[in-house]
Write a new protein. Structure first.
Length: 110
């Protein structure tokens, strides 16, 4: 079948069996490459997020260790007192009533 007219007719009918597997394979590879690129981007974002979380965890560990060693204890108490004051003001603005947060004593009578 050397005639161009016959080849055109066969092309329209999709009967060129030699080209069909190549086209399917090319489409499949293209889809896999897109999926691979998407997974690479997702992995990169997860890796970056994991690094940030690891750094934050190390920072928190260091702060906790310092508290156990007695360092920065006054800073912690001052931060608690400051937050307590902010909460009191916010509640007072919402309810119109003065509110003091009462912390339980460690040596409270039973």
């Amino acid at each position: 079948m050397a005639s161009k007219i016959i080849n055109r007719y066969l092309d329209r009918e999709g009967l060129l069996e030699e080209e069909t597997p190549d086209i399917v394979r090319t489409n499949y590879i293209s889809n896999l490459e897109k999926q691979n690129q998407s997974l690479k981007e997702e992995f990169s974002m997860i890796k970056e997020s994991n690094l940030e979380l690891s750094l934050e965890m190390e920072k928190l560990k260091k702060q906790l260790n310092e508290l156990f060693e007695g360092k920065n204890f006054m800073k912690l108490l001052m931060a608690l007192a400051e937050n307590q004051g902010k909460m009191s003001k916010a509640i007072e603005q919402m309810t119109g009533k003065k509110f003091d947060v009462v912390l339980a004593s460690l040596n409270s009578p039973e």
